[in-house]
Design a protein around this ligand. Structure first.
Ligand code: PLP
Length: 449
């Protein structure tokens, strides 16, 4: 049996139907933006694998950090013991996160970072002796695949088998301007003649009404860009207003920056686009430069104060075997070294400008040629996305996804659409020429070349 056959026989892959005809492609190595496959192809990773490899693959500086750490301290129980990589990472994160963040709790991935955040917020009220259980979520949210994260996420085919077991949340619509191209995400939605300003007013009213019940513990959101929902961008101004209402009413605001963190949106954290800072933040993905699984949940002094107590029952009884794994923490520290170099921010800005230029070009072509093969071209920081039109509705299950994936892979480009939403989310080391290769392939796909 070759590797593909053994893989099919022994391995169960995530988000992959057993009915799929596509074999999983063996990759033997990776470097920079390229994945090298067993069939001798160099595949351009235009989505940083699962949005994680911000500095590209097999970066020697990150590899060195892990090697050194593996030869020193590979792991130690994190209850009753501590170590330099974790403490250093916590201290450094708190220096670059919004200034109200004061404590770092470690876990293993994005889902657990979110799960911890939800539990931390609920237990905050429990510890204060004023239990509150309602959580407000944004329509379409994705916070991961554990039960709490699923409960606060969108109810869809992913969570359907478990729906009777998920706890109820209050859902409000995404405060999104329908006409992304008219405002590039900067629309306040409440200006005169804004196309769906009525919608936005209704959303804000509904939000206020739910909060007025006095039962709301937390509001959880992916700031400015929802990832898995289809790279949906929405107005920072409205989000800021929602945060203002929430915080005035002692509702804990949880920013899920698992996807948006570490430069992805053009700032170190998407929360920097907002005046109101979150009470709790969830980070993962780019945290380790995509090299090791690690999640962190950070919170303000107000939250942690509810846990300072001689009463043992006010302890946050949550942890994982691999909490604050030293290898993961040391590579996260090394990743921060790279991220905070001027060169990295220059790369992020360069990609952002290239995306804007491409977006403008596509919008003009669509307008001039009346090309309606695509719609909603949008970009923020290093992310560019749009929808491909076909006779099916916009959805993760739009079957055009398979054709799109195959089209790009045949050109040795990894672009894994979310249904009919195509997006680019490259490692920051991608060159202009490599970006042009992706843009060219897109233009070919949508028949404007
Ligand atoms: C915003 C957001 N939160 C949470 C998660 C879950 O992260 P993980 O897949 O590491 O569990 C994801 C994953 O895509 C995400 O995009």
């Amino acid at each position: 049996m070759n590797l593909t056959e053994k893989d099919k026989k022994y391995v169960w892959h995530p988000f992959t139907s057993f009915g799929t005809t596509m074999p999983n492609l063996p990759i033997h190595s990776a470097k920079g933006v390229y994945l090298y496959s067993d069939d001798n192809r160099a595949i351009l990773d235009a989505i940083s694998s699962w949005w994680v490899n911000i500095h590209g693959h097999s970066h020697p500086y990150l590899a060195d950090a892990i090697t050194k750490q593996a030869n020193t301290l590979e792991h130690v129980i994190f209850a009753g013991f501590t170590h330099t990589p974790a403490v250093t990472l916590a201290e450094r994160l708190l220096k670059i996160l919004p200034q109200n963040q004061s404590k770092v709790f470690f876990s293993d991935n994005g889902s657990t970072a979110c799960e911890v955040a939800i539990k931390m917020a609920l237990q905050y009220f429990h510890n204060l002796g004023t239990p509150k259980r309602k959580i407000i979520a944004l329509d379409g949210a994705y916070h991961g695949d554990t039960f709490g994260a699923m409960s606060v996420g969108a109810r869809n085919a992913f969570s359907a088998p478990f729906s009777p077991l998920l706890f109820d949340v209050e859902v409000i619509d995404l405060p999104q301007c329908e006409f992304t191209n008219c405002c590039l995400g900067t629309c306040t939605g409440i200006r005169e003649n804004a196309p769906n300003c009525q919608n936005i007013k209704q959303i804000m009213n509904k939000f206020s009404e739910i909060i007025a019940t006095g039962e709301v513990a937390a509001f959880m959101y992916e700031p400015i860009v929802q990832g898995a929902a289809g790279i949906r961008m929405y107005s920072p101004e409205i989000l800021d207003k929602l945060l203002e209402i929430a915080q005035k009413n002692d509702v804990i605001c949880i920013a899920d920056e698992v996807m948006t963190g570490f430069g992805r949106t053009g700032k170190l954290f998407a929360s920097e686009y907002l005046n109101h800072k979150p009470d709790i933040m969830c980070l993962s993905k780019g945290l380790t430069g995509g090299v090791m699984p690690l999640g962190v949940t950070t919170c303000t002094e107000k939250i942690v104060a509810a846990y300072y107590s001689d009463d043992v029952f006010k302890t946050f009884f949550h942890g994982h075997s691999f909490t604050a794994n030293p290898l993961a923490c040391s590579v996260a520290n090394a990743s921060l070294d790279l991220l905070l170099k001027a060169e990295c921010m220059e790369n992020i800005n360069r990609i952002a400008q290239k995306h804007i230029d491409f977006e403008q070009k596509i919008i003009k072509i669509i307008q001039n040629n009346k090309n309606n093969n695509i719609k909603n071209v949008r970009t923020l920081g290093t992310i560019l996305a749009f929808e491909v039109n076909n006779d099916q509705k916009d959805s993760y299950f739009n079957t055009i996804a398979t054709d799109i994936y195959g089209f790009f892979l045949a050109k040795n480009i990894l672009l894994r659409p979310l249904g009919n939403t195509i997006y680019i989310m490259p490692p920051y080391v991608i060159t202009d020429e490599e970006l042009d290769r992706i843009y060219d392939a897109i233009e070919e796909l949508i028949s404007i070349k």
